[in-house]
Design a protein around this ligand. Structure first.
Ligand code: SF4
Length: 409
């Protein structure tokens, strides 16, 4: 998200929206994440198995259901009058306690104020603008509201999510891996000391994070994962949930399961790439192991879109628009740096691209202001695109191209 407004204007916007929120005047937009309605984005089409509290809460702190525990930990839940959704299968029904309305109801309702939930913000924005609604007056990206509300009114820096890669080793060699894992000449684990220092650096500036995702490579290959989870445990009261994103090929050992249970905020995000053979056997064993352990989990079986472009985007305005539409879900923290997107970090690490300081905020730099971090958490960085965007389709709906998942090299 590019944020071109000065601080005082943002503060006024948040004041107005907070007033409406506390008068219970807000509607939500976007609840198709658990119902198989086709969207471009992973968790929107995944096969979810909710834990109990998820069924009764819609968007804790305004974020998606997959951060369901956050409301209990860092603040009150985010409540709306009803939710608009484009999915005709759920319109006029009650879902998680909320009435689901068709977007065609918006005009007949008159003055509405809508917090838009999905990552596909820029598609929904266009739709709402076609009804004559105005951004910041009639609708708002709800993460913008939540992040700035907490910053201005609660003096807290809350970011929706961040990811941290613990290894660049993987059990698979997916040709279209968006993190370039097959292209590392020297795949390796990141040392526990480096990761621990990163965790400390992150929480030295950020009060709370809704979703802290551990990935790789394949994170279950990481030899010191249990130790790393123990490090994270120190900050567990400031994390909504810790997600271990696995390709589904490894069954974790008892030590890891016990440590994960002890942390209490772990969710396994288990992908199914349907590769067959030994992979399928391991995947089934992993699912059974996690289910029987009592850990929270999500089963994901989603389509892949092609990330790598054949021709680069050269025009700078096009790049900015592309970045904005991508609304990338991968802000990352590595090497004490907060990246707007994980891909440039990995591209530099495997030497496809070079390190570019405009891709991140260096948390060791004392001139980085709190407001810079809040904006970065929403995807705003001064250059307004990353060094990897020219060669990446990302999550930009304009460049969506479905491909078979996990085709091996
Ligand atoms: S288009 Fe840019 S921001 Fe989006 S995923 Fe690719 S590199 Fe990241």
């Amino acid at each position: 998200m590019i944020i071109n407004k000065p601080e005082n204007e943002i503060r006024e916007i948040i004041n107005r929206w907070a007033e409406s929120y506390f008068k219970c005047e807000l509607y939500g937009f976007g609840l198709s994440d658990d119902l198989g309605y086709p969207t471009f984005f992973d968790e929107d089409v995944g096969c979810y198995e909710f834990i109990d509290e998820d069924k009764s809460s819609l968007h804790e702190m305004g974020y998606k259901a997959d951060t369901h525990r956050v409301g209990k930990r860092i603040g009150c839940g985010f409540r709306v009058k009803a939710v608009f959704d484009n999915n005709p299968l759920i319109q006029s029904k009650i879902r998680r306690g909320y009435e689901i309305l068709s977007p065609s109801d918006i005009l007949s309702l008159g003055n509405v104020k809508i917090a838009v939930f999905p990552r596909r913000y820029y598609t929904i924005k266009k739709q709402l603008e076609s009804y004559g609604l105005k951004e910041y007056e009639d609708f708002i990206h709800h993460s913008f509201f939540v992040a700035f509300y907490n910053y201005f009114m609660q003096n807290r820096i809350i970011v929706w999510q961040t990811t941290q890669a613990v290894t660049t080793r993987c059990t698979l060699k997916c040709k279209e891996c968006n993190m370039f894992m097959p292209y590392y000449r020297h795949p390796e684990d990141i040392s526990i000391d480096v990761l621990s220092a990163d965790v400390d650096a992150f929480f030295s500036r950020v009060d709370c994070v809704q979703k802290y995702t551990i990935l790789g490579g394949e994170p279950l290959l990481y030899r010191e994962l249990a130790k790393y989870l123990q490090k994270i445990q120190f900050y567990s009261s400031r994390i909504g949930e810790v997600v271990i994103a696995t390709n589904g090929s490894i069954v974790p050992d008892d030590e890891l399961i016990e440590t994960a249970l002890g942390l209490g905020i772990i969710r396994f995000e288990i992908n199914n790439y349907n590769i067959g053979g030994q992979y399928s056997d391991n995947h089934n064993m992993l699912v059974e192991r996690i289910k029987s352990s009592g850990l929270s989990y999500t089963l994901r079986n989603y389509d892949w879109s092609k990330y790598r472009r054949n021709t680069p985007i050269s025009d700078e305005c096009d790049l900015i628009n592309h970045y904005n539409r991508c609304n990338q879900p991968f802000t990352a923290f590595q090497d004490k740096r907060y990246y707007s997107c994980h891909l440039p970090w990995s591209a530099a690490r495997c030497e496809i691209n070079s390190d570019n300081p405009s891709d991140y905020l260096d948390f060791m730099d004392p001139s980085i202001a709190d407001l810079d971090i809040v904006k970065a958490g929403l995807g705003h960085f001064p250059r307004e695109y990353t060094s990897n965007c020219a060669m990446c389709n990302g999550c930009d709906p304009m460049f969506y191209e479905s491909i078979p998942k996990a085709v091996q090299i």
